[in-house]
Write a protein that binds this ligand. Structure first.
Ligand code: Z5A
Length: 210
């Protein structure tokens, strides 16, 4: 595949949506074709599943059901959107991907890592992001940025849940230092975007050498 696959990760309110637009502009200004997408979602099927996941329900999804829904949406997303775009030379910028499953269903909900490893192997054995920007900030800072919003089913979880999610993200970043770049999202937006620009330039340089 000729394009590049870039993902953004982090707990709620750290600035993933804001910086997805920044990355799109940066890459387009560098002459690249860019496709922005998100998970769960990115296809009609995935967006339907996203609604089911995030809406208030009068029943509770089991942890494994929640995880299978993430991977069902992802499988469709990869086949219908991500792989065709990468084959067509696009830079695909995705707001969350499988690192989020390790962090939320693994770290947050306590699903064993080997279950997620297994599902990942079934759904995308041959696809890994080329670059993951992990926006890191303490829960209290990121939550203060979204306190005026209506909360979805995840955002109603307590601080302990998000501490575990964040720890899990940091653990993955230490395991995949070649791919996951940690950006301090408690800094000003200007500083955050300066750091992101640096990692994008490294990726563009690497691609121009190929
Ligand atoms: N989920 C899962 O459990 N398992 C999975 O495998 C996947 C997902 C893929 C939906 O995600 C949920 O799905 C998610 C995990 C679960 N849980 N929740 N909730 P989502 O990505 O759609 O939802 P989100 O994380 O809640 O997105 P968000 O609330 O929109 O946050 P954000 O995109 O990171 O933040 P933002 O909208 O860009 O910024 C928030 C505000 O902060 C905004 O006013 C900005 O202007 C401001 N901001 C941003 N950066 C800064 C800085 N640096 N300084 C000051 N202010 C800033």
């Amino acid at each position: 595949m000729k394009g590049s696959f870039i993902t953004l990760e982090g707990i709620e309110g750290v600035g993933k949506t804001t910086n997805t637009s920044f990355i799109k502009n940066f890459l387009e200004n560098s002459g690249k074709k860019v496709l922005v997408t998100r998970e769960p979602g990115g296809t009609s099927f995935g967006e339907n599943l996203r609604e089911i996941i995030l809406e208030e329900k009068d029943y509770k999804l089991s942890i494994i059901t929640e995880c299978l829904i993430m991977f069902a949406a992802r499988s469709q997303h990869i086949e219908e959107v991500i792989k065709p775009a990468l084959s067509d030379d696009y830079y695909v910028v995705c707001d969350r991907f499988t690192d989020a499953t390790y962090a939320y269903q693994g770290g947050g909900r306590g699903l064993p890592k080997d279950v997620i490893d297994h599902l990942k192997y079934i759904v995308h054995p041959d696809l890994e992001p080329d670059l993951t920007i992990y926006l890191d900030a303490p829960e209290k800072i990121s939550f203060s940025r979204i306190e005026d919003r209506n909360k979805d089913s995840f955002e109603k979880e307590d601080l302990a849940f998000f501490k575990n999610v964040r720890s899990s993200y940091l653990e993955q970043a230490s395991l995949h230092q070649d791919r996951i770049m940690i950006v301090d999202a408690s800094n000003s937006l200007d500083e955050v975007q300066k750091d992101i620009s640096h990692y994008l330039k490294v990726l563009l340089d690497r691609n121009s050498d190929v």
